[in-house]
Design a protein. Structure first.
Length: 245
């Protein structure tokens, strides 16, 4: 594996926690629902799965499960939630980084604020300073073991990790606005991605969603293709919502 591909693999793994909160989103489609948003009063199970394809074809898979509640608030709703389960699958050499993601706190994610149509209009996102510090420590440990990287390569990779974490903090919450009341079908959006060296890549976001007969979230997938320096990266997020067993 050449240095560029090795550094790219490290950055994708080390930046998992940061990127999980800052994936690009398509604009929400105009809603044409004729009935008011009417979520159930009982708690529901919301599952979010994040998959990242590494340059060597391996995957990092993170699954997080939340018990959520829709609470009436003004003309809309407040979504309260608690993390009730998390698991991460990753290549053995990224085990330390996977553990950082598995134990990352989601304490700042909830509550979310919805309008009367069920659209997310306010979300705080999540900032776990302790997890960020552990990510940087694991990244340094991983890089130190890569003997075919120069000191300049290691410094550049760590700078990228720090930049991605800063971007995640600045982005705040970035769950799709229409997550809980999606429009059936697919939509796609492409945008330029500024890079630290002054060049630009491209990000293509594709959303495919379906709703239940009552208009609530059934399945929502957001796929992100990143084109950088002639290489493609792929990640996908999938949300599902169901009754708690």
């Amino acid at each position: 594996m050449n240095r560029g591909r090795l550094a790219a693999r490290m950055m994708q793994g080390a930046a998992l926690a940061a990127l999980a909160a800052a994936a690009p989103a398509c604009a929400a489609p105009a809603q044409s629902a004729t009935s008011a948003f009417a979520p159930p009063q009982s708690p529901l199970l919301l599952t979010r799965e994040l998959r990242k394809i590494l340059p060597d074809g391996n995957e990092i898979v993170s699954r997080r499960r939340y018990a959520i509640r829709f609470v009436p608030q003004g003309s809309g709703y407040r979504v309260e939630g608690d993390l009730i389960g998390a698991e991460v699958e990753a290549p053995p050499e990224l085990a330390g980084l996977a553990e950082v993601e598995r134990t990352r706190s989601d304490g700042g994610l909830f509550p979310l604020t919805l309008d009367s149509a069920g659209m997310i209009v306010a979300q705080q996102g999540n900032h776990d300073a302790a997890a960020e510090a552990r990510t940087m420590a694991e990244a340094r440990t991983y890089l130190a073991a890569q003997t075919d990287l120069t000191d300049a390569d290691r410094a550049a990779a760590l700078a990228m990790v720090a930049k991605l974490q800063a971007q995640a903090r600045a982005a705040g919450g970035n769950w799709p606005a229409d997550l809980f009341r999606p429009a059936d079908g697919e939509r796609r959006e492409s945008r330029e991605l500024p890079l630290p060296d002054g060049s630009a890549g491209k990000v293509i976001v594709t959303i495919n969603a379906s709703e239940t007969p009552t208009g609530l979230l059934a399945h929502f997938q957001r796929q992100v293709v990143t084109e950088l320096a002639g290489t493609n990266g792929l990640s996908s997020e999938t949300w599902t919502m169901a009754a708690i067993p």
